[in-house]
Design a protein around this ligand. Structure first.
Ligand SMILES: [Zn+2]
Ligand SMILES: [Zn+2]
Length: 462
């Protein structure tokens, strides 16, 4: 075929499982290799056989370290992928933590479900820590904004996207065509990361854009966080913030420190209860100390000698025993724990113990996917199924959207408008309604033709 093709192996008509295969002659490049997450019918895609021979893929480009973009990599390697995984330095570091945690969780879940794994049955897991180890050896860190040749005559440039530390959007030049993958697009409102670079000015043939918030515009200003904290403190109980371990926890800590310093909120003890957050926090601190290009220069300058993530009374709970101690603390405090949608992790134990008390408050600070406990709480559920118990929801539930690290419809359309009319636009990484809304906006406001690609379907890049 004279033109490259693109096949959507995930994040098609859904948010998770970003996997896009670009083929030209016999060159195969995979952009992202994420895990499907959420409702069982979506998550079950992970257990299906990968649609193409893993060993036939020549290279992998990774936009960032969220599980829905990198979580399937060890399985790909386990099943024969031997190519190089190109990504940024911090994505490599964070992906290592995320993937080790993912392998660990799979093992734990298997044990919890009382699956007594015999050696020959261990293959039933997607991957284990040994597979992760093997995959990590194939990573190669690249510089941002530098055009590199990843395969003969295939050029790639990674640009910062302002979504999380190390996150990028990618320009892929292959077979005479230019493809731009937005990855997950930041907003420019992050407290310490710069917003996304503008798209490159050259002709782009195909844009592959995310659409997580394609059907909304973020409403709540950051001051709402302070308001909700003050209301929660007045309620007398403690505060639980379910938060993703990567980036969201750092953003919350950074903001708490600012609010406590400014005396906008009464300073109370803060507990981080997520081993993954603890590890990722180290990279964020290092990035600020070293003034990495992702980090706003005024923030880097302000924190050369103090800790940007310590609001004053910070304690990190590492072990399970320390985590359990939190149930007995009578002093009013803030607990930040993963996972962000309360689908698993230590936060589920804190919800179980804190939800029945009307003096407590749960503050939701992120995207809550269909089927998650977080969404049930957001929608006012009166009880929640946790660890096979029905837990009454008596605690107050608040929702603060301002921490979103995804561009909303207006922001993404505005960013894309800098690209001169691409021949094709593919809308991925969104629930159906968000994709439709973004399609309407792109067609109406920019006059673009946009396609919502079908899962596993192949399209010619024209
Ligand atoms: Zn992401
Ligand atoms: Zn994503």
């Amino acid at each position: 075929m004279s033109n490259p093709t693109i096949q959507f192996l995930g994040a098609a008509e859904t948010v998770t499982g970003s996997r896009f295969l670009v083929t030209y002659n016999n060159q195969k490049i995979l952009v992202d290799c994420g895990m499907f997450q959420g409702e069982p019918e979506i998550a079950s895609h992970n257990d299906e056989k990968f649609p193409i021979d893993e060993s036939s893929i020549n290279a992998l480009l990774l936009t960032h370290a969220h599980l829905d973009h990198c979580g399937y990599i060890p399985a790909l390697v386990k099943n024969g992928f031997t190519g190089t995984i190109f990504t940024t330095h911090y994505t490599e570091l964070i992906a290592e933590v995320v993937l080790r945690d993912s392998a660990h969780l799979q093992m734990q879940r298997a044990e919890f479900e009382d699956v007594k794994l015999k050696a020959d049955e261990r293959g039933s897991l997607l991957y284990n820590e040994v597979d992760v180890e093997k995959a990590l050896k194939q990573f190669k860190a690249v510089e941002i904004r530098e055009r590199i040749e990843v395969l003969p005559d295939v050029f790639v440039t990674f640009y910062p996207s302002g979504h999380i530390l190390g996150a990028t959007f990618i320009l892929l030049e292959i077979g005479g065509k230019s493809l731009l993958f937005t990855g997950d697009m930041g907003r420019g409102s992050h407290p310490f990361l710069y917003g996304p670079d503008l798209p490159p000015s050259q002709k782009i043939d195909a844009v592959i854009t995310e659409s997580t918030y394609g059907d909304r515009e973020h409403q709540t200003p950051i001051s709402d966080f302070a308001d909700e904290l003050n209301k929660a403190i007045a309620r007398g109980g403690s505060i639980l913030i379910p938060a993703f371990a990567v980036d969201r926890t750092e953003e919350i800590l950074f903001e708490l420190r600012r609010l406590f310093d400014a005396r906008a909120v009464k300073s109370i003890p803060v507990y981080i209860d997520s081993p993954m957050a603890e590890k990722v926090l180290v990279f964020y601190k290092e990035a600020i100390e070293q003034g990495t290009p992702d980090i706003k220069s005024d923030v880097a300058e302000a924190f050369t000698s103090s800790d940007p993530f310590d609001p004053g009374k910070l304690r990190i709970m590492t072990t399970v025993d320390e985590s359990k101690l939190l149930n007995d603390i009578s002093e009013q405090s803030i607990v930040i724990s993963a996972s962000g949608m309360a689908t698993g992790g230590r936060v589920t134990y804190h919800l179980e113990s804190m939800l029945p008390d009307p003096s407590n408050t749960v503050i939701l600070v992120g995207f809550q996917a269909k089927g998650s406990r977080g969404l049930a709480l957001q929608q006012g559920a009166e009880k929640l199924r946790i660890h096979n118990n029905w837990v009454p929801v008596k605690a107050a539930v608040a929702n603060v959207e301002s921490f979103s690290v995804h561009a909303d419809r207006k922001e993404i359309v505005s960013w894309l408008s800098h690209i001169a009319n691409p021949t094709q636009t593919f809308i991925v990484h969104g629930e159906r309604e968000s994709q439709e809304a973004l399609k309407t906006a792109l067609e109406g406001e920019l006059g673009w033709k946009a396609t919502i690609p079908e899962l596993e379907k192949t399209y010619e890049v024209r």
